[in-house]
Each structure stands twice: as C-alpha cells, then as structure tokens.
Design a protein around this ligand. Structure first.
Ligand SMILES: [Zn+2]
Length: 104
C-alpha cells in the first residue's frame, strides 16, 4: 500500500469509529439501571441491544488497534504470513489483520 491508500484507510476507520461511538454513547442516553422494572418484551430488546453493544465494542477495539497498526512499520502486513494485505481487502474488512488466505 502507498501512503495515500494508508491515509484513506485511516480516514475510513476514523469515520467508522466515530459512528460506533455515537451509537454506543449517545449524548442524551438514559441510564440502564432500571432493568428490574422492564417487562418481557423490553427485556428481550434489552438483551438484543446488549448483544449489539458488545459486538460494537469489540469492533471499536479492533478498529482502534488497527489505527495504530496502520500508523506503524508493519502497516498492512498480514499478522500471520507477513504478506501485504491488499488495500481493497482492508477497505472491505477494516478490522482484519490477516490476508484472505490466513483468514480462511
Ligand atoms: Zn497471511
């Protein structure tokens, strides 16, 4: 990858991080400590929300780690085989650190 592609990836990752953060930490969110009073339907959607938030948190952590990675010496190199990961793959799957062969 050239510097331009890395910068473009960094920008895409930053946009995604901002998106996830605004979903996870909405400015006017109520606190969640009234879960005792929820009825069954609300408990179900609460469980779904918790699941989505867990996924988002993990994605956020991986994106942040990849920001560091793309700023470092081994930017864009597969964690496993150290081959160059194509720019197109990183655009499609910005949380990955594996080439398509190692990811299988
Ligand atoms: Zn690999």
């Amino acid at each position: 990858m050239n510097g331009e592609q890395i910068n473009s990836l960094l920008a895409q990752i930053e946009v995604r991080i901002a998106e996830l953060e605004s979903n996870l930490f909405p400015a006017n969110s109520r606190s969640d400590d009234n879960s005792e009073s929820l009825d069954a339907d609300e408990k179900l959607s609460e469980a779904v929300n918790t699941h989505i938030r867990d996924k988002s948190r993990r994605e956020l952590a991986r994106l942040r780690a990849n920001l560091d990675w793309l700023g470092g010496d081994d930017a864009g190199l597969c964690e496993s085989c150290h081959e160059v990961i194509p720019y197109e793959r990183l655009c499609a799957v910005p949380v990955t650190r594996l080439c398509v062969y190692c990811a299988e």
